[in-house]
Design a protein around this ligand. Structure first.
Ligand SMILES: [Zn+2]
Length: 269
C-alpha cells in the first residue's frame, strides 16, 4: 500500500510545488534571515502561497491517506512541498508557522528531494505513534521553538523588555514566557537599578526596562562586559563607576553574554 502511494504522493507534491513557485511570493528579508539560520541552502528558491484551505490531493487513495493520517485537514495551517509552501490565509504573517515550514524545506534539501523526504516523512506519519510524533516533524517543532522563543532578542539589534518591581525589598522580575518568576537582581545590578529609577515615581510597583546588545535611541545606561563568574557575568557601568553581576537568566535573552548592554528605564504606563 505504502509503496503504491509514494509515487502518487511524489507526483502530487511536485505538481503543487510548481503551482506555488509560479503563483507564490518570495521570502521577505527577515524570513530570508530565518531561512539561513535554519540552514536552507537555497532560500531564494522558496515561495509562499496563501490559500483559503490547504488543497487535498485528487487521487482518491492519496486523499484518503492524507485525511486518515491527519496530515492535511481543514485545520492545517501550512504545508511544505520542497521550495513551495502553502500558508492558510488566517495564519499568513505568522513567523512561527513560516519557520516551521522552512524547517521542512531544509529537510527536503538535506535528504535529497521529494522522494527521499516524502518516503521518510510519510513512513513516520503512518508508523505509530504517527503524525506529529515522527522525528522529522519533531525536529521542525524544535527549530520553531528555538527560533521563536517569546521575548528572545533576535539578532544583535533587537530590543527586549522586562518589568522589574520590588518584592520583599529586592528588585525582581517575572517573565513567564521564558520560565522566570521573581528573578532577582543582585550584586550591584540592584544598586544600579535604584539609581536608574530615581526619577520614576512608584518604580517599586514596576517600571519598564528596555534592553539591547546594541545602542538604541534614548538609552540611558551602558554596561561593558568584564568577566564570567559562577555561570553569570560581571558588567561595568562607566556612569555609575561600579560593577554588577548578571545571573545566567541572561541566556534566556541572549545566546552568549553580549560585549555591551544598553538599557533605558521608563514608567510602566
Ligand atoms: Zn510540520
Amino acid at each position: 500500500m505504502f509503496q503504491l502511494l509514494l509515487p502518487a504522493a511524489c507526483q502530487w507534491a511536485e505538481e503543487q510545488e510548481a503551482i506555488i513557485l509560479r503563483e507564490g511570493v518570495a521570502l521577505t528579508t527577515s524570513q530570508m534571515e530565518d531561512a539561513r539560520r535554519i540552514g536552507i541552502a537555497h532560500p531564494e528558491k522558496v515561495r509562499l502561497r496563501v490559500v483559503e484551505e490547504i488543497p487535498l490531493p485528487t487521487h482518491p487513495l492519496l486523499r484518503q491517506a492524507a485525511e486518515a493520517t491527519n496530515l492535511i485537514s481543514p485545520l492545517t495551517a501550512g504545508l511544505t512541498l520542497r521550495y513551495g509552501i502553502f500558508i492558510q490565509a488566517e495564519s499568513w504573517g505568522e513567523r512561527r508557522l513560516v519557520v516551521h515550514e522552512l524547517a521542512h524545506t531544509a529537510q527536503y534539501e538535506r535528504l535529497g528531494g521529494f522522494r527521499p523526504f516524502l518516503e521518510l516523512y510519510l513512513r513516520e506519519s503512518v508508523t505509530p505513534p504517527g503524525y506529529p510524533y515522527g522525528p522529522l516533524e519533531q525536529e521542525a517543532k524544535r527549530i520553531e521553538r528555538e527560533l521563536c522563543a517569546p521575548n528572545r532578542t533576535h539578532g544583535s539589534n533587537s530590543l527586549g523588555v522586562i518589568v522589574p518591581y520590588k518584592y520583599e525589598g529586592m528588585w525582581v522580575f517575572d517573565d513567564p514566557a521564558v520560565g522566570l518568576m521573581r528573578e532577582p537582581f543582585v550584586s550591584g545590578i540592584d544598586t544600579m537599578l535604584e539609581k536608574l529609577v530615581a526619577s520614576i515615581p512608584d518604580a517599586d510597583k514596576g517600571f519598564r526596562l528596555i534592553f539591547s546588545a546594541t545602542p538604541f535611541p534614548g538609552y540611558t545606561v551602558k554596561l561593558e562586559w568584564r568577566r564570567e563568574e559562577y555561570g553569570g557575568n560581571w558588567y561595568f557601568s562607566p556612569q555609575f563607576e561600579m560593577e554588577g553581576w548578571l545571573c545566567p537568566a541572561l541566556f534566556k535573552y541572549f545566546d552568549a553574554a553580549p560585549r555591551e548592554l544598553y538599557g533605558r528605564a521608563e514608567p510602566k504606563s
